[in-house]
Design a protein around this ligand. Structure first.
Ligand code: IMO
Ligand code: MG
Length: 427
């Protein structure tokens, strides 16, 4: 039996979807355990491109069960839209292959309004959220008073009463923060959410109990992380993070499956670094090399279309992610994007106020002044998208991957040299 976890080691967008899709063949269950429709995963196969946000990537494979665990924040309208976009293309999405936890939290319209209002008030300290009401929904979850879970939608009378109370409170606070806002209507929200609940009914189960049965039946389970370890609310670059445990720390709390059940922990790392939104980024390249990486790597957000900030590979930050997650192996993604550069840099340490360190700073102000100490590696200047085995790669490319492995202290088991499934070198 294999219980595998695929988790991002950087600031998200590490191309986790490709490795999840790759591994889905050998797994019967694919589980999302945190985040929501802030994630954006692109999967390509058979000449088709699928863009997924809330749905686990496993949904694309016949016979695989896709599970949305208790740790997610679910926008039911967005979920239904995404489900329809797949069924319209002939992909099966029904109560047989998509399960939704009754413990997952529900994103309501006021969460999206609050997300925008809070961001605006942060001014030049804005987090640069995806605007999907993710953080504000998690805020209500932790706060308990104003939280609605999926299971609550199936207790209509209690839901109606609770919603009326919450909406009254939200209207009061939102009006105080921005007097131009129109008040929200609890009855209208109730009606539309009852409609969503009806449409989602066949998917809603106690996924925790279901997963424990799957474990007992020795099913192969794959955990699909969204975002990345450096966006983890506890371990990431706080406050420039998302609001969930997006490192592998979230698996246990977000699925009910104990961490010790996991037999294989795979960390996904891009061959360079990207970040969307605000926050420190020591190896950022605000120059033509950064723009070259952005152009070649198509580094524009799947969810929001924002250009991603690009920079050199950071072994301090990524190595920290690898430690937090306890990865056994890594996948080095998008190596082909670096093929045309004359020379490459890998950050192996930081210099913070004159002191050299390989520890990832806990305070954002220390990270802001961290100067990367680079190891230089000659470029290979050769197209590598047709390589299928390690020996097909030029020695410079191999040296580059070896250096990443060495600095992280973790072996590389996958090298991705293009978006298609076949463009993957297994080691
Ligand atoms: P995938 O799964 C990259 C970032 C946002 C913002 C911060 C908080 O595609 O790797 P939020 O809306 O979550 O409150 O925004 O987190 N962010 C991501 N960055 N990839 C993602 O997901 C992200 N999901 C959120 O840009 O900086
Ligand atoms: Mg993405």
């Amino acid at each position: 039996m294999s219980v595998t976890s695929v988790v991002g080691l950087q600031w998200g967008d590490e191309a986790k979807g490709k490795i999840v899709d790759f591994l889905t063949d050998s797994h019967e269950v694919v589980v999302r355990y945190q985040g929501g429709n802030n994630a954006g995963h692109t999967v390509k196969f058979d000449g088709q491109t699928y863009k997924l946000s809330l749905l686990p990537t496993g949904i694309l494979r016949p016979g695989v069960k896709a599970v949305i665990g208790n740790g997610l924040v679910v926008n039911p309208e967005a979920l239904l839209k995404e489900m329809k976009s797949l069924t319209d293309r002939g992909v099966q999405v029904d109560g047989q292959n998509l399960l939704l936890s009754d413990r997952a939290h529900v994103i309501l319209p006021y969460h999206i309004v609050e997300d925008a209002v809070f961001e605006k008030r942060r001014g030049n300290q804005a987090i640069g959220t995806t605007g999907r009401g993710i953080g504000t929904c998690y805020r209500d979850k932790a706060g308990r008073t104003h939280a609605i879970r999926v299971g609550d939608l199936y207790h209509p009378e209690t839901f109606r009463t609770k919603l009326a109370d919450i909406v009254a409170f939200k209207n009061l606070t939102l009006k105080a923060l921005d007097s131009t806002l129109e008040p929200l209507n609890a009855d209208a929200i109730y009606e539309s959410y009852m409609g969503y609940a009806e449409q989602l009914k066949s998917h809603v189960v106690d996924t925790t109990a279901w997963l424990h049965r799957a474990l007992k039946e020795k099913k192969n389970i794959l955990f699909e992380g969204a975002q990345g370890s450096l966006l983890d609310v506890d371990h990431g670059t706080f406050p420039y993070v998302t609001s969930s445990n997006s490192s592998s720390a979230g698996i246990h709390s977000g699925s009910g499956v104990p961490q010790r059940a996991i037999t294989r922990m795979i960390g996904i790392a891009k061959a360079y670094t990207t970040r969307v939104g605000g926050g420190p980024f020591p190896t950022e390249l605000n120059n033509e090399i950064g723009q070259h990486i952005r152009d070649v790597g198509h580094e524009y957000g799947t969810v929001t279309g924002r250009p991603r900030r690009c920079g050199w590979f950071d072994a301090v930050a990524t190595g920290y992610g690898a430690k937090i997650c306890g990865v056994d192996e890594i996948a080095v993604m998008l190596l082909d994007v670096l093929a045309q550069l004359d020379a490459l840099c890998i950050c192996e340490a930081y210099e913070i106020r004159g002191e050299r360190t390989t520890d990832f700073p806990s305070h954002v102000e220390d990270l802001e002044v961290a100067k990367p100490v680079f190891r230089k590696i000659p470029g290979w200047k050769k197209d590598i998208t047709h390589a299928r085995k390690l020996s097909d790669l030029p020695s410079g490319a191999r040296q580059y991957v070896d250096t990443i492995s060495e600095l992280l202290g973790v072996p590389a088991k996958f090298i991705s040299i293009g978006p298609d499934r076949e463009q993957t070198i297994l080691l």
